[in-house]
Design a protein around this ligand. Sequence first.
Ligand code: IMP
Ligand code: MG
Length: 171
Amino acid sequence: MSKEPLLTSAQIFERVKELGKEISSRYDFDIIVSILTGAFIFTSDLCRAMPRQNMGIYFIKASSYGNGMESTRELKISGLDKVPIKGSRILLVDDIVDSGRTLCELVQKFKDLGAQEVKSCAFLDKADRREVKFDTDFTGFKIPNAFVVGYGLDYADEYRTFPDIWTLFEQ
Ligand code: IMP
Ligand code: MG
């Protein structure tokens, strides 16, 4: 683990406040769909940083990582049946975009299921690790190739509740 945090909770707080305003001013969405488990802390801060306060918030579960760091490539999605997708303008929220497979696949899935519009937001972006062509519409911070933990992000279910973002190891 790094000696200093990569991002402190103060930096995170400032950026999430800004991002909430930015998204609200650029995208008039109906519902937030947040991806468990990693995005739960980011989502709760982000939705409270948005000036408009009545919006539907739904959680789905997407996992492709098992307990390790390398994607198993097959995305398991659950909870979609609870989300009013058809005709909705959706803001999809995730903790981090790495290979890009999760968000790319989910955006397509929501479109296939009849969403009116889908835009994505990731708290962190490791752009150099992309394996598919995908860009988020909104990003908190771009970070270098490293496995990071804290602020909802885990490694084998550890470190999730750390308020800062820490580098576990370089990638
Ligand atoms: P992608 O499909 O490769 O873009 O992977 C995205 C998912 O992998 C994220 O939602 C995270 O759950 C997980 N992930 C990728 N990089 C990290 C990291 O550095 N720390 C913790 N989880 C990560
Ligand atoms: Mg995740």
